[in-house]
Write a protein that binds this ligand. Structure first.
Ligand code: SF4
Length: 415
């Protein structure tokens, strides 16, 4: 029954308080997710081997974010935290966070404190499926919990030849490691994988990315992939993001739209012009400099429309205000610019450096989610351009009230 306190509806206030406390709980879990990304997670291999990684649950394919690049047991792709947020696994054997086995189930601890039970991402037999070229599906593509998949067509970046790799990036030092065999995935392989993923409910979104290649080769490759997919499926348009460099001739961006891609991503990495020059020497020299990267993103937003263009800033390499200035600038032009949590990687020029504290990244993510809201972006816009849930997606959805009590349900692409 509803009781009242003067003209205040007490039941309403209680419901609001419950909602606030649920959201508070979920925001705490976002903070935990960021902290896990920075600190990584340790485990006892004896425990880990009991969990069915590689049989019941999906194994990690890209090892480049781990603190140790080689392990003698399969690592998990990731796990759901107690309130439903997904953490893409990152291994650091020195981390205070530890996965332990309790009655056959995985449980996360922070030092001696029990954080809670976690659930791994289920494995589908699709990942072992052999394509017509003899490669398995998971040598070509990576699946995500949102019903999307990603293809990294090349695990090398040509900037290495000139000594101009971005200082935070370890793509070239991790190429050739386990699950990172060096070969260019052909448009035919991508097309075949796309059709298979679609039949298994995983092609709600395609993310096509790779290292830096000379401009002409890049556009030809993406157009060939689009043709393959359209021919195999009969589709005219592909719900998917072409991750590209800023083309010198901006009109090239129109070709991706004409080819059928629904969105493009052009990652500027740093908003401060001078820091960009220092951290991304190749991007600065090869693509017309910082101004041209900015112009390319703005132009792409005009071609693809609001919510269909993404950029990214590596969060923590420049002052927070600078990053936020860039993000608000792009939002005003209709483009979403994310800020990933910089995790200094093994093999990158910045290996051994430290990222800002968890609270710094958490605050940045909340401010970015607020900017997106102010500029009228939707949850679908966020997933249009980054097809898996990062902390900014989570916060945006929590602010939008998409939680069910103290759980954030898994977001799925419509098939
Ligand atoms: S352009 Fe920079 S960030 Fe992209 S793959 Fe090459 S080195 Fe890495």
């Amino acid at each position: 029954m509803t009781s009242t306190l003067g003209d205040v509806n007490v039941e309403f206030l209680e419901a609001e308080a419950a909602t606030d406390s649920a959201r508070e709980t979920l925001l705490k879990e976002v903070e935990l997710k960021i902290d896990l990304g920075i600190e990584g997670v340790s485990f006892d291999p004896v425990d880990l081997r009991k969990f069915g990684i590689g049989t019941d649950y999906l194994e990690q394919q890209h090892v480049g974010m781990n603190k140790i690049l080689d392990s003698d047991c399969l690592l998990p792709h990731g796990f759901y935290l107690p309130h439903g947020l997904f953490f893409p696994f990152r291994w650091d054997p020195r981390s205070q966070y530890r996965l332990k086995e309790e009655s056959g189930k995985p449980v996360l601890f922070r030092s001696q404190e029990r954080v809670g039970a976690v659930n791994f991402f289920e494995r589908t037999p699709l990942v072992d499926y052999k394509l017509s070229t003899g490669h398995t599906f998971n040598q070509i593509a990576t699946l995500f919990t949102e019903g999307s998949f990603s293809v990294c067509y090349s695990v090398e970046c040509s900037l290495q030849d000139k000594g101009e790799d971005c200082l935070f990036c370890n793509i070239n030092t991790t190429a050739g490691l386990k699950h990172r065999e060096i070969f260019i995935k052909t448009p035919q392989q991508v097309g075949e994988a796309y059709v298979l993923a679609r039949s298994a409910g995983f092609a709600g979104h395609l993310n096509l990315t790779g290292g830096f290649v000379p401009e002409r080769r890049e556009v030809e490759y993406y157009l060939d992939v689009a043709d393959e997919i359209k021919e195999r499926t009969g589709l005219d348009n592909i719900v998917g993001t072409a991750v590209i460099g800023a083309p010198l001739d901006l009109k090239v961006i129109d070709k991706y739209k004409e080819a059928g891609y629904s969105s493009v991503a052009i990652d500027i990495e740093i908003w401060d012009k001078n820091i960009f020059k220092a951290i991304c020497p190749g991007k600065d020299k090869r693509n017309g400099g910082w101004e041209h990267w900015v112009d390319a993103i703005v132009y792409a937003a005009e071609v693809f429309g609001k919510g269909n263009v993404r950029s990214n800033i590596v969060g923590g390499l420049e002052p927070k205000d600078s990053t936020l200035e860039g993000i608000e600038f792009f939002a005003s032009k209709g483009a979403l610019c994310f800020a990933s949590v910089w995790q200094p990687t093994v093999g990158s020029a910045l290996e051994g450096h430290r990222t800002p504290e968890t609270g710094w990244h958490f605050d940045l993510a909340q401010k970015i989610a607020t900017i997106y809201k102010q500029y009228g972006f939707t949850t679908r816009d966020l997933f249009n351009t980054i097809n898996r849930s990062g902390p900014i997606h989570d916060i945006f959805r929590i602010f939008a009230g998409e939680n069910e009590g103290d759980r954030l349900p898994r977001w799925r692409f419509p098939q």
